[in-house]
Design a protein. Structure first.
Length: 317
């Protein structure tokens, strides 16, 4: 790492967060150089009003107040302006450390809200408080049911095109509410830079989530400490988010139609293999059928998500 790079702190507060949207007109709350590291925190949903121990009635009333104001629930720390980031570049975000709060909640709305994978099957709704054991990195969901924690940000993204105020709840080309459980420490996220400075924001901390996020929520929590390092990539041209783990490259597709999301993620995987591995498009397509796994990222965010897992182990040079 460049010895001149700096580490900044950006703690979530009313002065450093915005709730419910991404917008290029937002003033940055922090300006950094490429190569710098930022230690940030995040609030729980609805400006931290979501909390352990609240009742379903309290949750519904709190959310209704945001709905009445046409404001989304995600409270995001940022935006961060990265010097030198220009439209057409990529922003590389190295996820180095994530420490959640020691409590979280999972909930599904009453069926009349028509949210989640099976609203017709769950008329009453539920909210469940889950203490998080950060020493063991696990939570006891029910007697005899223990879930390992894998914290990540449900929302990470950059500003969309100038003039577009995009809801944070719906993922798209700028990132946003991707809800991709692979974005854990050790993973690098790549986002297309749309406006000068990129204007990166993050929030919607999750302690753990299954692929699909089928009842609408993960274990929703706050992030007490997130260590992220940022690089401007002039050599990388991408149209949508993608990621790299120690073992996989990941392409992502988002669309209201899950079949179309599959096509987006798959086409990006084919292009990646052709451009980086020297394969023909036909061979790249075939390789995807033989070795690439398509996973349902989430089905509940307006634009549904598919991510393609390209294994590194099959490449020997």
């Amino acid at each position: 790492m460049d010895q001149s790079s700096k580490t900044h702190k950006l703690m979530a507060s009313p002065q450093t967060v915005h709730t419910g949207f991404f917008d290029a007109s937002l003033r940055p709350v922090l300006t950094i150089e490429s190569g710098d590291t930022v230690v940030i925190s995040s609030m729980m949903l609805m400006d931290g009003q979501l909390r352990g121990g609240m009742t379903l009635e309290e949750l519904i009333a709190t959310r209704q107040a945001y709905t009445d104001r046409q404001v989304g629930a995600h409270t995001l720390t940022g935006p961060i302006f990265v010097k030198g980031a220009e439209p057409g570049d990529a922003l590389e975000v190295r996820i180095q450390k994530l420490v959640p709060a020691d409590c979280g909640v999972n909930y599904h709305w009453p069926g009349r809200f028509d949210r989640g994978g099976l609203p017709e099957d769950f008329a009453e709704g539920q909210i469940k408080t889950l203490p998080l054991d950060l020493d063991r990195m696990e939570t006891t969901f029910a007697p005899g049911v223990v879930i390992p924690l894998k914290p990540f940000f449900g929302v990470m993204g950059v500003a969309p095109r100038a003039g577009e105020k995009r809801p944070s709840a719906i993922p798209d080309y700028f990132g946003g509410n991707m809800d991709n459980k692979e974005l854990v420490p050790g993973t690098t996220l790549f986002l297309p830079v749309i406006v000068p400075g990129a204007l990166f924001s993050a929030g919607d901390a999750h302690a753990v989530q299954g692929d699909g996020e089928v009842n609408v929520t993960a274990i929703e929590t706050a992030m007490m400490e997130a260590v992220l390092q940022f690089y401007v990539r002039k050599d990388m041209k991408i149209e949508r988010p993608m990621a790299e783990t120690p073992h996989h490259w990941i392409t992502m597709g988002f669309h209201e139609d899950l079949d179309e999301a599959v096509k987006i993620a798959l086409r990006d995987a084919i292009q990646f293999l052709s451009q980086t591995k020297g394969l023909t498009l036909d061979d790249s397509y075939a390789l995807c059928s033989l070795a690439v796994d398509l996973r349902v990222t989430q089905i509940v965010d307006g634009n549904k998500g598919i991510h393609a897992m390209i294994p590194k182990a099959i490449f020997k040079n």
